[in-house]
Design a protein. Structure first.
Length: 85
């Protein structure tokens, strides 16, 4: 993400409080297990599942693994652009 000028070095995964879901207009889940582990999505909240491969599971050389992270980043970037329209 630093390549895109975005510092995520202090970011971490956290459980999301169900009350937070009630205030959302759109919930997006990104990989297969996220869809299964996501709590019940409240009625009236739009939900999209983007079935992306988790780049943290990539294997190969450092270059190949980095390429998977970049691919996933770019796919998310394109999907977000579609939402913005």
């Amino acid at each position: 993400m630093a390549e895109e000028g975005i510092d995520i070095s202090s970011q971490k995964s956290e459980l999301i409080d169900l009350d937070y879901f009630n205030e959302c207009d759109l919930i997006i889940t990104l990989c297969g297990d996220a869809l299964d582990k996501c709590p019940m999505i409240p009625k009236g909240v739009n939900h999209e599942h983007w079935d992306l491969q988790d780049p943290a599971c990539a294997t190969g050389t450092e270059t190949e693994i980095l390429a998977e992270f970049r691919k996933t980043r770019d796919l998310i970037k394109e999907q977000v652009k579609m939402i913005e329209k």
